[in-house]
Structures are given as C-alpha cells and as structure tokens.
Design a protein around this ligand. Structure first.
Ligand SMILES: N[C@@H](CCC(=O)N[C@@H](CS)C(=O)NCC(=O)O)C(=O)O
Length: 256
C-alpha cells in the first residue's frame, strides 16, 4: 500500500490524520506505537521523525511529519473524493489561521488534563530515576514532562489549561455563528474542524464536556463531527482513553 501511517490509537494528533485518510477512502497500513512504552523514542523511529512524536506518514517512501502538515499534504495529493481545503485563497488563509490557533491553544492545553487524569498513574509507578531518564529522552516534550513531574501539573496549571479550553469554546461558538455553521467555516467541514476534533472529543472522553453546556453551537458541532462517516473508523475501539484506562471509566461513572 502506498500509504503507511505510524501512529497511536489514542493520540490526538494521529486521530486527525486517520480521519482525513478515512474520509478520503485512502487505504493505509497502520503501524501502532506504544507511546507510554517509548516506541517513539527508538532510533529507527527517530530516523523518520526526529521529534520523537506521532504521527508520521510514509507515502511511497516520502516521509511527512506533523499532523497539520500531513493533513494539508493529503488534501494536496488526494484532493478527491473529499476535500477539506477551500479554493478561495482568502478562505484558505482563514482556515490556516484557525489551524494555527488550534495548535497553539486547545491542542496544547488538552495535554494538561490528559496527563493529570489519564497518564499520571503510569508515570507514578516509575522510580524517580526512570521518570527523569524517560523525560530527558524526549526531543520535543522533555520540558513539559519535567514541569509535570511525578506529582502531576499543579491546580494553577490545570486551571490555566481549562481556561484556554474555555476560550477555545468561545472562539468556536463565535466562528460558527459568523459562518452560519454547522462547521467552523460554514456548510462544509474544513481541515480546521478536523484539527479541532481530537481536543474536543478528548475533553468529552475525560468527562469535561459540561464545559460547553452553555454553548449550543459547540454541542451541535460535536454531534456533527461524531456523525461524520469518517469518525467511527478513526475512533476504533481503544482510541478513547476511557476504553484504555479503567480508572477513567470509574471516574466518569462517579460523576454521572
Ligand atoms: N505538532 C505535532 C505534535 C505531535 C505530538 O505531540 N504527538 C504526541 C501524541 S498526540 C506524541 O507522540 N507524544 C509522545 C511523547 O510525548 O513522547 C503534530 O501535530 O504531529
């Protein structure tokens, strides 16, 4: 198969790429990495992606890294049958501005509740020396791991991440109102919607979807993305954190 995707089921960045491949009906070989075991830090993988993160796309030997770059690449090389990039350069610029905002704000902020609520128990099982060595071996995420430490992000850091998510929902509600919806830019989904999807789905997975209870257009958008035909094959079993970490399911049940 010409397309091979190195990724991880629960990785938000990987979910963007799987969604675009599925929406376009592009068959691909999927190589699954275990990120908590450090597969992304092995020399063979670092030779493909020196950032030591997923996803990485191999298209007939051409290596493309970074989820935002990969989804734009896929829209360029396979523009049919589904295309997510507006033709009008002004609209295309608007879509890219949304994508930069999404990478800077929700895609980064969502890591804080994800790490504190889902991954921390795993890191707490490591010895302090093991944890430091694991953190220091990460080309891109070393500082974030060391800042989190084995106690998790502080309440202040957690609140600031949740505030960045809150500002994202406000931005979404505004964009959908302006465009007429149901998507960020109107009646057609664009790469901006696909970039945003994993952070919003992740917040719901963590049981934090009450944060947009007063934002009906965000709620509708969340319904629309889950109803898209590419959603189910993208979020196959094991892609949600609640499907992988039993302690999160218990947490959601307690909240219900
Ligand atoms: N900007 C990169 C970020 C990739 C990224 O952070 N990937 C995460 C999973 S969503 C990862 O591989 N983390 C592994 C680690 O932190 O060691 C992209 O969008 O591809």
């Amino acid at each position: 198969m010409p397309f091979k995707l190195y990724n991880a089921p629960q990785s938000t960045c990987s979910q963007r790429v799987r969604f675009v491949l599925n929406a376009k009906g592009i068959p691909f070989d999927e190589v699954k990495l275990d990120l908590l075991a450090g597969d992304q830090l092995k020399p063979d993988y670092l030779a493909l992606n020196p950032n030591g993160v997923v996803p990485t796309l191999d298209h007939d030997g051409a290596i493309v890294i970074d989820s935002s770059v990969i989804i734009e690449y896929l829209d360029e090389v396979s523009p049919e049958p589904a295309n997510f990039t507006p033709r009008d350069p002004v609209k295309r610029a608007e879509m890219r501005a949304h994508m930069r905002f999404i990478d800077e704000m929700p895609a980064a902020a969502v890591r804080v509740p994800t790490f504190n609520l889902a991954f921390l128990p795993r890191f707490q099982k490591m010895s302090p020396e093991e944890f430091i060595a694991f953190a220091e071996s990460k080309p891109l995420r070393k500082e974030m791991m060391l800042a989190m430490g084995q106690k998790g992000f502080s309440e202040k850091e957690m609140n600031s991440a949740l505030d960045r998510m809150r500002r994202t929902y406000e931005r979404m509600e505004h964009a959908i109102t302006q465009s007429g919806g149901p998507w960020l830019m109107g009646i057609q989904p664009t790469l901006a919607d696909i970039s945003l999807m994993p952070a919003i789905v992740r917040m719901a997975d963590l049981g934090l979807d009450d944060m947009w209870a007063d934002k009906p257009l965000v709620a509708k958008w969340h319904d629309a993305i889950r109803a898209h035909p590419a959603y189910k094959p993208t979020y196959y079993f094991g892609s949600l954190l609640t499907e992988k970490f039993p302690h999160l399911k218990e947490r959601s049940a307690k909240r219900a």
